[in-house]
Design a protein around this ligand. Structure first.
Ligand code: MN
Length: 130
């Protein structure tokens, strides 16, 4: 049983409906020692969140069924989740919308196309001390 090692990994829930972005994010974060759990829609994200209790969430904004802003708000509306960082993945079409993203309640954002170095740095900063 390698359960001891696995238990040490921080869990990141990646909510992304774009396959290429999902593969990229998963590969980079796995290489950096995180355990990745995936969801493709906002509603699926909420279900998985409750089951997995991730240490951090990476949330695409444009998602089927329920958008990322709404899903983040549902998560943050429960006060025991407030300290779990939720980082937005924003499309380039949303340039200049960063302030809105942060005002909406996200703990940070990564613009697409994803700069993997920035992604790893931001995730590391948000999980500092964990
Ligand atoms: Mn999307």
């Amino acid at each position: 049983m390698n359960g001891v090692y696995m238990a040490d990994k921080l869990k990141i829930l990646v909510v992304e409906d774009n396959v290429m972005n999902k593969i990229l994010v998963k590969e980079v974060l796995t290489l950096n020692g995180y355990e990745i759990i995936e969801a493709k829609t906002g509603t699926e994200a909420l279900k998985v969140f409750v089951t997995v209790r991730p240490d951090l969430v990476l949330m695409d904004i444009q998602l089927p069924e329920m958008d990322g802003v709404t899903a983040m708000r549902v998560i943050k509306s429960d006060k025991k989740n407030k300290k779990i960082p939720v980082i937005a993945l924003t499309a380039s079409a949303m340039k200049g919308e960063e302030e809105k993203i942060l005002n909406a309640g996200f703990d940070g954002y990564i613009a697409k196309p994803i700069d993997t170095k920035k992604l790893v740095e931001l995730v590391g900063t948000c999980l500092k001390g964990k």
